[in-house]
Structures are given as C-alpha cells and as structure tokens.
Ligand binder design. Structure first.
Ligand SMILES: *[C@@H]1O[C@H](CO)[C@@H](O)[C@H](O)[C@H]1NC(C)=O
Ligand SMILES: *[C@@H]1O[C@H](CO)[C@@H](O)[C@H](O)[C@H]1NC(C)=O
Length: 778
C-alpha cells in the first residue's frame, strides 16, 4: 500500500469513527434543561495550557489571529493554506489540541516527534468551540514535538479547509518511575535478605518467593468500580469526569478493558454512576445500582449532560465473547429504577439470585448522618415481602450504625441469610423473616465502613469445613465519626487490625479474634486467591476516605502515607503466622481513595485506580489510569490446565466431568482442589459477592479426568456466574467461566414491580432539590 492510500485509509478511519458530527449535546449548567454544546476544554490541576498566542508555538505559513470571548484567552489562530503548520515542543506525557469545529473546517496531519500520528478532521455540521481535536496520552515521559499541518482538504460536505488552534494542553502525568519499574518490565522481587520484618509479625516465607509486579495498560476512565465480566474482559465504571477516553465527543465514564490485549472500548452511560454498587444476577446479567445527581458547576466548568443517577439501575446484559463491540449499558428510569435514591449503597446477590440493595445516602455528601441516611434495603427485581410490595424495607441496623456506615460490608451466608458490617457493628440479617441478629461489636473501636474504610471477605467455604462461614475484616480507622472534617487530619493513623468471627453459636460466643497487619491501612483491598490465601493491596497508612474534607489534605486527598507493598495472608495458618510480605514486590504507584483490585481469570491480581479528586488531576495524589498486575508465585510454575468439559451451566449437586492436564510434577495421590469463585464487584474496598467454594471432586486414576459436583445448594453459592480453577499442589489453573444454577433469572414479581413504578417518582432528588443547594461531591 502506498503512502497516499495509507493516508486515505487513515482519513477514512477518522471519519467513520464518528468524531465528525458527534458533538455532545447536554444540558446547560446549572439546573437548566436547555440544550447546549459541550466544551471539552479542561486543564487538570498540574497540567499546563498553552494558548495560541504563546510565543512557544511556532507558526509557519499564513495564519490569521482572531478574537472572541469564547476562545481560550480570547484568541485563536487559523489558516486555510495547505502546508501551513504549527510546531510546539513540550516536556510531558500527553498533549491535547483544542480548537473550533464547524462546516468550514478541513483536515490536518498531526506529527508527533516527526512521525505521522493521525490525520484528523475538524469538520462538523454543528459549530462548536473549545473542542478537543487531537489528543495523545501515555507518551514516554520526556521531550516531544507536535506538528500540525493543514492538509488542504475538507470532506465532501466541507465548505472550506480551515485548521485552527485555540490552545494546547500538556499533561505531565505521574512522576517518572524508577528504572526497575519501567513500563512493561517486571519488578525484580525483593529477596529475603533485603527484607526486614516489621516488629509486630513473624514472617513466613511465601512458597516460591517469586511474586512479580508488572505495570501495563491504562484504564482510560478512572477505575472506581471493577468487575470481571468474562474470560477476556473487565468492566470499569467511573463517575462523570474529564477522562482521556472519549465516547460520542465527550469524555467516557465507563469502559471494557481487554485483559489479554489491554485494549479499551468506551461505554456509554446515561446517568452519573458516581459511587454506585453492582452485582451479577443469577442469569449472568450485571446490574449497576445507584449513583450521584447530575454534575453541575462543581466538576470544572463543563456539563456532561448526564442525568441523576441516585435511583439508577443500569443493566449490562451478558457479554461473554471476546468481541465486545455490541455490549452496552441500558438505562431507562421510567421503566427500571430503585424506589429510593442511594449513593454509596452495597449491592449483593442473595440465594434466590436477585440483588439486595443495602443502605446508602439519599444524596451525595461525605460522612453519612440522620438527615441523609437511607436506612433501608430494597431488591432488584423488587419483591412482595414483609408487606413492602417492592418498596424499601426499614433496617434498624443502618440507623444504629450512623455515622460512618456507608458501603456496608455484606456477604450471603451458607444458610441463605446475610452478614452485614457497618461502622463498629455487625449482624446477620435473615431477609426471609426480616429479622436482625446483632453480633458482638468489632473490638478496639475500629470502624470499617466509609469513610473509615476497611475491607472484608468471607473466608473459603469447603466440604471439609462443613461450609462454616467465617468473616475477615481488615483495616479501617478509629477516628471519631462524629467529628467534623476540620477536626480530622490526613495524618490520623489508620488501623492495622484484622478481626475474624466464625458465624456459629460457638464462634459468636467466642467473639472477634483480633490480629494485626504489618502495616495500618485504610481503604485496603483484600483479594481471595484460588489457593484459599488472601493478598491485601492498596490503601493509605493515615487519613480517611473522600477528598476535600479534612485538614492536611495532600492535593485534595483526605488520606496520606500510601502503603505500597502487598501483604500475603494465609487464613489457615496459626495466629501470628498468617501475614507475610516476604518476597513481595513494592509498587511506586499510590493507590488511595477509589482504588480497586481483583483476581483475574488468569490467576493474577489486577490493580487499578486511585483518584482522591473531584475531577481528573495531575497534582499529587493525582488521577491514576495505570494498571498493575500482581503475579503470585504460582504464576511462574507449571500450571494445571482445564482442557475441556466445563459445562455452561453447573447445577446444584450436579456433576460434570472436566478434562484436565496436571503438571508432571504433581505426584500421584497429591491433592487436587476445585475452586469455584465469584470474583466479585469491587468498589470502595467492598468486594461484594467475592466468594470461594471448594467443590467435591474425584480425579481419575490416570489424572486426566476430574469429576466435579456443583455446590450443594443456592445458599452455599447464590446462583449466578463463577469461575472454576483447578488447584494442584497449591498451583491453580486458569479460570473457566460458567453459570451456577439453571441460568434462569431471579423471579420477577409483576405486582411489586408495578407498585414501585406507581408509588415512586423518577429521579426524586433531581426533582425535589433546591437549585441553589448544589450536588454531592465526595
Ligand atoms: C448531613 O450530611 C449532608 C451531606 O454531607 C450535609 O449537607 C448536612 O449538613 C449534614 N447534616 C448534619 C445534621 O450534619
Ligand atoms: C436477567 O434477569 C433480569 C431481571 O429480570 C433481566 O432484566 C435481564 O434481562 C435478564 N437477562 C437475561 C440474559 O435474560
């Protein structure tokens, strides 16, 4: 293919990709419903804007200067001369070009460091100012040159060939990594010799001692919420903000991330999903629930045209193929919505395969209080139980646990009831009888839910432990939750406490068993591995969740002292022998508020996020898009393989015969386990639905066939998606996805559904709020 046809092809690609006439038409802000145009020009704190009038921009050929109050710095340069160019040299990791778009605009060639990067067209049938015409992020940190050359052509509809430049924005990005952490290079693991154990733990050598940490990929939208949706993709959902990834001419706030190629597909979301929760239902459909009001003037000057997300139920139908082009998020509040507004609610799949939606605040804010609290649960699909006819059911626990009780930690228990922890308290909720059984208070004044955020897991269930539930809670804070922001500091220490309770009569009588992590952490993420071990990552050594509230903020972060080294936790070891950081690589990326981590189908841990900011920022602690992959030692060993036989549906108590290949090193008669795992829906350190159930299995005498038996019933594993990992001698295979149960959806109670739509308003908060009152912004 010659240069000419290559250029033509590139031009075509730009045209058909839809940037041409896809201006985002939102509402004017604030409060108005008048249609207006979106102006994407935004300079994140820490980035720098260079106006067209800057002497650092070198123009050659004929350029005219024009003035208008809507231009950046009121000035703009334009040319219609083919070959006229602008050259600008900058130091940074990204560059954005802003200018006008209209019918008179044609195309331009953009060169980066001398190489053609893209041919872009600024043609638009709608006239718009301050549009982002070209952008490149993720450049190597350093000196770069951008050259913009008028191509002298329009498209067939153009009435001209204008190229103009209003402003260039240079993004600096995160601080340069030390050599060992260069992109795509594995961190050299620390050896035992260089590792000095903290005083309060007895280190235990992690088998193999070869954990790796690789930084690769970018999430494009900030990773506030994360769920693995298939063997190849993760779903990432953010709030409305100026992310680099774009859809339909405006920044995206959700994306699908290809775990194998690291490619991104932006997703369109209607309402503000800021601090929503989520779960899969029994039929494999994912629901994303709750959020924040419309973004108005608080998020920079721009208006994204989003709608109120507080009552949103966003439906993401199964998307299992590796081609995700057709996968979308459906939302229609007139037809599907919650009965009440919720921000920071937890969403849990329960034993009938439906979603239990727990608590939250009735509007945005920070620490919850009696005015904002929504001390109820509701279900999706709605249920006619306890005379609710689909409407919210009051939960006294959520009143008694004020103030620090948002994003409750909840797990479905093997008797069908639900464990719930909030603030310093915990209970077991029997949703069938609507009764609470209060558990002993978490010891030593430790609070474990937002904004004193800790994390929690249900420890592995197995036939060997008779599916006895045991809960682990780690981290959080002892800060008094009645204090005002100005009485709290980013330097107030986090808690290092982990607390465990066995949910049997004897276990409850014995109460919480306390142990200490080697480091204090608020906002940690605890990730279950198929081996039954846990790795704890992310978080801060001091401060509190949220941004812009406390004294001693770092940038806008309410927290400081990032904890950069993961901790391994073996729940089955003797107390005092469970924690270790031996051989753990240390990251150089702080992961504070709005960070996430999940096990992947491959068996490593995907770590992303951190954004303690109102909007995208490059000031410490900035908005983090880089992804890290933490590889447990087993990733480097020869691994068992599942080569066939995994059914699409695994019924309760039903058997299936898998074909497997065990490593030659696996001795005859050594243990083979089958881990059925729900990888969970992760946000704000809540790993909703995270679950590991070991399945009854028997290995053929030649070691190539493995008969597995589905979990005994829907209480042990609520029907819905899961991944099967075969674990031999402590080394797991890659995970294969299936649906547990019969694949049917949760029961739809038409009368409850109808009642919710009849008795509740759409977008109540948006309709009722005092216009001068602003929105919630933490
Ligand atoms: C409750 O929280 C909201 C949202 O943060 C805040 O606006 C309000 O002032 C608080 N009310 C009380 C009584 O503290
Ligand atoms: C699963 O059930 C939910 C709730 O009824 C429904 O909205 C969704 O469309 C169903 N998904 C499939 C794949 O049938």
């Amino acid at each position: 293919m010659g240069i000419r046809s290559l250029l033509l092809l590139l031009t075509l690609v730009v045209y058909v990709s839809g940037r041409k006439a896809s201006a985002w038409h939102g509402h004017t802000s604030p409060g108005s419903t008048k249609i207006a145009k979106f102006t994407p020009y935004y300079v994140p704190p820490g980035a720098k804007s260079y106006d067209s009038s800057s002497p650092l921009l070198h123009f050659s050929g004929t350029w005219a200067e024009s003035w208008h109050s809507a231009y950046v710095q009121k000035t703009l340069r334009s040319t219609s001369e083919p070959g006229a160019s602008m050259t600008f040299t900058f130091i940074g990791t990204g560059i954005e070009w802003f200018g006008n778009m209209d019918k008179k605009h044609g195309s331009a060639s953009v060169y980066l460091d001398g190489a053609l990067a893209q041919i872009v067209s600024a043609y638009s049938d709608v006239a718009m100012k301050q549009q982002r015409i070209f952008w490149a992020f993720n450049l190597e940190q350093g000196k770069h040159t951008i050259k913009i050359v008028n191509a002298g052509d329009g498209n067939s509809k153009s009435r001209g060939t204008v190229t103009d430049i209003d402003a260039l924005v240079v993004t600096w990005g995160p601080p340069p990594p030390p050599r060992a952490l260069r992109k795509d290079l594995a961190v050299v693991p620390r050896t035992m010799a260089s590792y000095s154990p903290p005083l309060d733990m007895s280190p235990r050598q992690v088998p193999g001692n070869q954990w790796t940490l690789v930084q690769k990929g970018s999430t494009g939208v900030h990773a506030m919420q994360l769920a693995i949706i298939s063997e190849t993709h993760a779903l990432i959902i953010d709030k409305v903000e100026h992310n680099p990834l774009t859809i339909s001419g405006h920044p995206a706030w959700a994306a699908l991330y290809n775990l194998k190629t690291h490619a991104l597909q932006p997703l369109s979301v209607q309402s503000n999903s800021f601090c929503a929760g989520g779960t899969f239902l029994s039929n494999g459909t994912l629901v994303n629930v709750g959020g924040n009001p419309v973004v108005e003037d608080h998020t920079a000057a721009a208006d994204f045209g989003d709608v109120d997300g507080l009552q949103a139920i966003r439906i993401f139908e199964p998307c299992e193929s590796d081609n995700v082009e057709k996968c979308t998020i459906y939302e229609n509040h007139g037809r599907i919505r919650m009965a009440s507004p919720r921000w920071y609610n937890t969403v849990l799949r329960i034993s009938d395969g439906s979603a239990m939606i727990i608590g939250g605040s009735r509007k945005g804010g920070w620490i919850n209080n009696g005015t904002t609290n929504n001390p109820t649960i509701e279900y999706f699909p709605p249920k006619s139980i306890h005379d609710s006819n689909g409407l919210p059911i009051h939960l006294p626990f959520l009143v008694d646990t004020l103030n620090s009780n948002l994003f409750p930690i909840a797990f479905s228990l093997p008797d069908g009831s639900v464990f719930m922890a909030a603030n310093r308290d915990a209970m077991v909720y029997n949703w069938k009888t609507n009764t609470e059984r209060r558990l002993p208070r978490i010891p030593n004044g430790v609070r474990i839910t937002y904004p004193m955020t800790g994390t929690g897991l249900l420890l592995p269930l197995s036939p060997e432990n008779n599916y006895t539930p045991e809960i682990l809670l780690c981290g959080g804070s002892t800060i008094d939750d009645t204090k005002a922001g100005y009485q709290i500091s980013s330097q107030d220490p986090a808690s290092s406490q982990c607390s465990r309770i066995v949910l049997t009569e004897a276990g409850i009588a014995a109460g919480w068993q306390v142990e200490q992590m080697p480091n204090a952490r608020t906002m940690p993420d605890a990730v279950l591995l198929p081996t039954g071990d846990i790795v704890i990552v992310n978080g801060a050594g001091s401060g509190i969740s949220g941004y812009g509230n406390v004294i001693g903020q770092v940038g806008e972060s309410n927290a400081d002292n990032p904890v950069l080294t993961p901790v391994f936790y073996d729940p089955s070891a003797a107390p005092g022998q469970r924690f270790s950081s031996a051989g753990m690589p240390t990251s150089n990326i702080p992961r504070l508020y709005h960070s996430v981590a999940t096990l992947t189908p491959d068996g490593d841990v995907m770590i992303a996020g951190s954004n303690p900011n109102l909007d995208r920022s490059e000031v410490k602690y900035g908005t983090e898009y880089r992804v890290e992959w933490l590889g447990p030692d087993y990733m480097n060993r020869e691994r068992p393989q599942i080569v066939g036989g995994v059914p699409k549906l695994l019924g309760f108590g039903k058997t299936a015969k898998l074909q497997i290949r065990l490593p030659a090193t696996v001795r005859q008669g050594s243990s083979v386990q089958v881990a059925l795992m729900d990888l969970g829906y992760i946000t704000h350190a809540v790993h909703a639905n995270s679950r590991l159930v070991y399945l009854v299995n028997s290995l053929s005498s030649d070691g190539t066939a493995l008969t597995i038996t589905g979990p005994p019933d829907r209480n042990i594993y609520p029907p819905g998606p899961g991944f099967i990992y075969v674990v031999a001698d402590g080394v797991p295979s890659m995970g294969v996805r299936l649906l547990v149960g019969d694949g049917s959806g949760p029961e739809v109670d038409e009368s409850a559904l109808k009642n919710v739509l009849e008795k509740t308003e759409v977008d109540q908060y948006e309709q009722s709020k005092d216009k001068s009152n602003g929105d919630g912004t933490e």
